[in-house]
Design a protein around this ligand. Structure first.
Ligand SMILES: NC(=O)c1ccc[n+]([C@@H]2O[C@H](COP(=O)([O-])OP(=O)(O)OC[C@H]3O[C@@H](n4cnc5c(N)ncnc54)[C@H](O)[C@@H]3O)[C@@H](O)[C@H]2O)c1
Length: 419
């Protein structure tokens, strides 16, 4: 590990490669760069420290640069032990950002780094999974009075924050960036769809066409993944616990069945539920020899990895692919059951993260502009901000669209005109 005054990274000599990767990401993140350009003139974060626990990727580096351009001091760590891009962490450290992260962190280092971020006394927190917020609430409550607010990136984090809010345990406002329409559409749906397949392919190099591809969970992520898997010729099977979502999957043309049935025929099985033990020992016992398991939900709790570890004879076949032999049957697990798209691949494409991070950047600005006026609740950004993000992304793609005529606007707002 390389350590400096403001960093702890795998190898600081990787900085040059990291800089090139960030440059590549920037070239595909024009929407976020527009915001950066404005921030560098207006300096909305002058004198403000922003603490982040986000996947340390080339795209996150572009967000960091955007906030720094806006006058912020930024301290960043990862939000998943396997998702850090070591070259990017090194490049950020070289740029003077406080960065504590490496790919393959121990649990101990993971929490030590979260606490290194907290030691910077952040006034804004940005989380992906709520670990920073919960660590501050549990162990550093004395910092809360100075915190303007937080931003949360993912569904699982929002679930945890809403549980805190319900228990009156949430002590500062947090914006649910995950709930932006633009975030859900590009990130959860298109991003997770493409990048989960990217991760599975990089880990296994398997042919997807013709395979029974089971997707557990038909939320935004599961829907996106189903479409991509179908597009590659897989026989997609969905498992769900929500009747509406199960109905939706059926009408979208997928076979829906209980996990106990799907486990027997699945050749690739992916969880994207945000729940735990969705694939449990009883299901693993039913599986076919050679089955591939992967998870794209936030935590590594969706597949019972403990069962595989205790009952299986383990061989590391290649990076991010472990083989477990149980009763003569081989079960393959991608990325240790952690987010496969970030563990085995590079996360979402830059274009996707551009819109997600436009949401983060504008949410931080919203927190500063509304300082002291927000309740200690989970906040959804006004739709007008979502519309700005959609417009920025359309501009970046060079796409023009129509607007309502005065006559149409009046018509849509009135009730008198009928048949
Ligand atoms: N891999 C990524 O990059 C990425 C990106 C965005 C979100 N996420 C994570 O993916 C997960 C899903 O996110 P989402 O936005 O699709 O959530 P969502 O709440 O829209 O969908 C989750 C679905 O899973 C279903 N479900 C819950 N328990 C189940 C079970 N035991 N069996 C079958 N289905 C079950 C729910 O009914 C729901 O329809 C979350 O953990 C989120 O944080 C990951």
């Amino acid at each position: 590990m390389d350590k400096g005054q403001n960093y702890e990274v795998k190898d600081i000599k990787l900085a040059e490669q990291g800089k090139l990767n960030i440059e590549l990401a920037e070239s595909r993140m024009a929407a976020l760069l527009k915001i950066k350009e404005r921030f560098s003139k207006e300096k909305p974060f002058r004198g403000i420290t922003i603490g982040m626990a986000l996947h340390v990727t080339k795209e996150t580096a572009v967000l960091v640069r955007t906030l720094v351009a806006g006058g912020a001091k930024v301290a960043i760590t990862g939000c998943n032990p396997l998702s850090t891009q070591d070259d990017v962490a090194a490049a950020l450290a070289k740029e003077g950002v406080s960065v504590y992260a490496y790919k393959g962190e121990t649990r101990e280092d993971y929490y030590r780094y979260i606490n290194a971020i907290i030691a910077n006394s952040p006034e804004i927190t940005i989380d992906d999974g709520c670990d920073l917020v919960s660590e501050i609430h549990a162990k550093h409550p004395q910092l809360i009075s100075k915190i303007i607010g937080g931003c949360e990136e993912t569904t699982t984090g929002i679930i945890r924050l809403k549980a805190m809010e319900k228990d009156n345990a949430l002590k500062y406002p947090v914006i649910a960036v995950n709930d932006n329409k633009t975030k859900h559409l590009l990130d959860n749906y298109y991003g997770t769809g493409q990048s989960s397949i990217d991760g599975i392919l990089r880990a296994t190099s398997i042919l997807i066409a013709g395979k029974n591809f089971v997707i557990c969970g038909y939320g935004s992520c599961g829907k996106g993944l189903s479409q991509r898997a179908k597009g590659m010729g897989a026989n997609v099977i969905v498992t769900e616990v929500d009747p509406f979502r199960a109905l939706q999957a059926t009408l979208d043309g997928f076979r829906v069945m209980p996990i106990k049935e799907a486990a027997k025929i699945g050749e690739i099985i992916v969880t994207v539920t945000g729940n735990k033990n969705v694939i449990d020992s009883e299901h693993i016992k039913l599986m076919k020899d050679g089955v591939i398991l992967a998870n794209s939900g936030h935590f590594d709790a969706e597949i019972n990895v403990k069962y595989l570890e205790t009952e299986g004879k383990k061989r590391k076949m290649r990076p991010f692919l472990d083989e477990y032999t149980i009763n003569g049957k081989k079960i393959y697990l991608c990325g240790e059951g952690r987010l496969v798209n970030l563990a085995a691949a590079e996360g979402h494409p830059s274009e996707v993260m551009s819109t997600s991070f436009c949401g983060q950047a504008l949410a931080c600005e919203y927190l500063v502009r509304n300082r002291g006026k927000m309740g200690k609740t989970v906040i959804t950004l006004p739709e007008s901000i979502d519309d700005i993000i959609a417009k920025l992304q359309l501009d970046a793609m060079g796409i023009q669209y129509d607007s309502l005529t005065m006559e149409q606007k009046k018509y849509l707002e009135s009730w008198q005109e009928g048949t």
